[in-house]
Design a protein around this ligand. Sequence first.
Ligand code: PRP
Length: 207
Amino acid sequence: MLTTVVSHPLAAVRLSTIRDAGTAPSQFRAALRELTRMLVYEAARDLTVRPVHLHTPVAETSGAQVANSPLLVPVLRAGLGMVDAALELLPQAQMGFVGLARDESTLQPSAYLESLPESLAGREVYLLDPMLATGGSLLRAVELVQSRGAGPITCVCVLAAPEGVRAIEQSGIELHLVTAAIDERLDQRGFIVPGLGDAGDRQFGAV
Ligand code: PRP
């Protein structure tokens, strides 16, 4: 497991807005979108590009185009707020969708939506979920894409708890985690501390 913590002043500013309990949902969504752009930018650092020949207004030169866009898979609900920014950077990307809800008492995730291409044989996948808490949801999402043959998996998360990072390490699953911060711990309710609360509720309201 490779972990990249994106440390950048502009990312820290957006993360502070997202953490602040006084941030309104519209501002939260805007900051999440901007921060996601930075995280996906970093996640795509090793993306394969192929050379293209092109003409500038002045001369001929060579450039680059994305060889194979990864499949973007937001984990609903909260991952929906990361879709626009990821698509802006990877406009040719196809999308899949996974819906997972974590039981508030057992903290176990249950899948209520799985909309993915039948075969993902060897395809690179970016899972988008703002929160990695116990790691149960992300591991379930990884299982769903791996069962269809997915290739390299990158998990783009705004925040991670050390417990969730350990759970992924202990699972032995190879993936790249890209996050803006690894926080202190989980509390008794399974919330990340200091965290940002419930990323789904803060974007869309409590259900
Ligand atoms: C949150 C979050 C992750 C999950 C993290 O979703 O967006 O998907 O919990 O917790 P875990 O690492 O302990 O599994 P939630 O289940 O609250 O659903 P929501 O996105 O619909 O709010």
